[in-house]
Design a protein around this ligand. Structure first.
Ligand code: BG6
Length: 475
């Protein structure tokens, strides 16, 4: 469909950006916070920066919120650090952790910015891991429920938008990368038990939110990478469908329909997998009716029929040098390939604005739920220029085209209520520290040198500000 006018964004559309606690806060050992598994995981990725200081948002939050206000933000999506709120197995709530998030929330509200909070963004407290073995043990379900209830009780009077678990699908698909596979002996099979426990945790969060937060709304945050078929060869279409199922659809179907799809049940049967579903589990999941879907969408992938004669696992590009990404070939399932029609970032992520419209259309057609964009963004190597500025035209181009495609999806009839790209300030990338920056605001530090942590607006800040102030009309 081609439209004759620029897309119009609804009145009250939430314009903002996103972050996650362990990637932005720093102060990892301050005011009672105890370590999280991801802290240790990030430290194994040296020479890249660990997260003990990150962007020092913990100490700069007032300045950061003032900049958001200047930019015109009406929303900000961030996560709560579980181990800052509940630092130890005795379940004592840390008043300093609560105070930090109260201060941040109040500062945002005073600036006219709606908080959107993620309950879990990869940062499992080490005490949970030590006591229970992390996601492997069903005891985590009660711990997570308790933690969510503490958040709802302390912040739910002012925070009405909640997100359960960030990119559960990616945590399972990239188990090693995000630390979830730690301690597993047979990841191929055990991941489905872990995934089931995560589904129960997600469900507990949804139920508790509706119980404790007046007018509270909650949704999951799938990492959505739509899969296009490599060609119109029928086998490639099936390969693409398999990839779609095994990297995202299984998760989205569960959240929305609150039962496991026949595809995944069959997959378990064929592969002799027992997800360890116990009496009462499916009844609990059935009660967890979500209100919306929060969509993280950076890129698309291309799926095809695999070559059944060999196996190749996915190899993420960890260097930021183009061409290092290794496309997987999984016999009997699918293969992924480079899309020749689009450019890639230095980390080989397809730059594909149309995938935003495609994703929103696809998810709307399948699930008929309102959506909010909670991530999209352009990761790049950046350093201050001689003029002391960052001229990030490539990021502006990326965001412009992605937002435009959100607008087109809205014109197509999809219900979308906000756009929160990754990220506001520069923050730590999951595997590349400060070497891969996403921010609209530069943070003056590198992986090896903390410098002065000064905030410097990039060109994209001004561009985004104009876009917001015109409610999506000034491109
Ligand atoms: C998203 C995650 O998948 O991608 C973020 O929710 C992450 O935590 C972002 O930072 C970008 O990925 P990366 O590896 O470039 O930092």
């Amino acid at each position: 469909m081609k439209y004759s006018k620029n897309p119009v964004f609804p009145e009250g559309f939430l314009w903002g950006a996103s972050s996650a606690a362990w990637q932005v806060e720093g102060a990892a050992a301050e005011d009672g916070r105890t370590p999280a598994i991801i802290d240790l995981n990030s430290q194994t990725k040296k020479p890249y920066a660990d997260n003990s200081v990150a962007s020092d948002h913990y100490h700069h939050y007032k300045e950061d919120v003032a900049l958001m206000k200047e930019c015109g933000f009406t929303s900000y999506r961030f996560s709560i650090s579980w181990s800052r709120v509940i630092p130890a197995a005795d379940r004592e709530v840390n008043p300093m952790g609560i105070a930090f998030y109260n201060n941040l929330i109040n500062e945002l509200l005073e600036a006219g910015i709606t908080p959107i909070i993620t309950l879990y963004h990869y940062d499992m407290p080490c005490w949970v891991d030590e006591k229970y073995g992390g996601w492997h043990n069903r005891a985590i379900i009660d711990e997570f429920d308790y933690y969510c209830r503490v958040c709802f009780e302390n912040f739910g009077d002012r925070v009405k938008y909640w997100l359960s678990i960030n990119e559960q699908n990616m945590q399972i698909v990239y188990g090693d990368w995000l630390g979830v596979s730690k301690g597993c002996t047979d990841w191929f099979k055990e991941k489905w038990q872990i995934n089931h426990i995560m589904n129960l945790c997600h469900s507990k969060a949804v139920i508790a939110c509706h119980e404790l937060v007046e007018d509270g709304k909650i949704g999951p945050v799938p990492g959505y990478v739509p899969i296009y078929p490599y060609s119109c060869r029928p086998e490639d279409q099936i390969g693409a469908m398999n990839a779609e199922e095994l990297t995202q659809k299984i998760w989205d179907d569960l959240y929305v329909f609150r039962e496991y799809s026949s595809f995944v049940k069959n997959y378990w049967k064929v592969n002799d997998i027992d997800p360890d579903i116990r009496p009462g589990d499916m009844e609990l999941i059935a009660q967890a009716k979500i209100d919306f879907i929060a969509v993280n969408c950076y890129r698309s992938d291309v799926g095809m029929a695999p070559d059944d004669s060999y196996k190749q696992e996915i190899g993420l590009n960890k260097s930021g040098i183009k061409g290092e990404f290794v496309y997987p070939n999984l016999p009997g399932e699918y293969a992924l390939a480079r899309n020749p029609y689009v450019e890639v970032t230095d980390w080989d992520w397809h730059i594909d604005p149309v995938c935003m419209r495609y994703s929103l259309r696809y998810l709307w057609d399948h699930y008929h739920l309102p959506m909010v964009i909670t991530e999209a963004g352009y990761g790049a190597h950046e350093e201050l220029g001689e003029d002391g500025k960052i001229h990030d035209q490539a990021r502006i181009d990326y965001l412009r085209e992605y937002v435009y495609n959100v607008g087109l999806a809205i014109q197509d009839g999809v219900e979308v209520f906000g756009f929160n790209p990754w990220s506001f300030t520069d923050l730590l990338s999951t595997g590349n520290g400060m070497a891969k920056r996403y921010g609209l605001v530069f943070v003056n530090r590198t992986d090896d040198d903390l410098r002065d942590m000064k905030r410097i607006k990039k060109d994209s800040f001004d561009w985004y500000s104009a876009l917001i102030h015109s409610n999506g009309q000034e491109w």
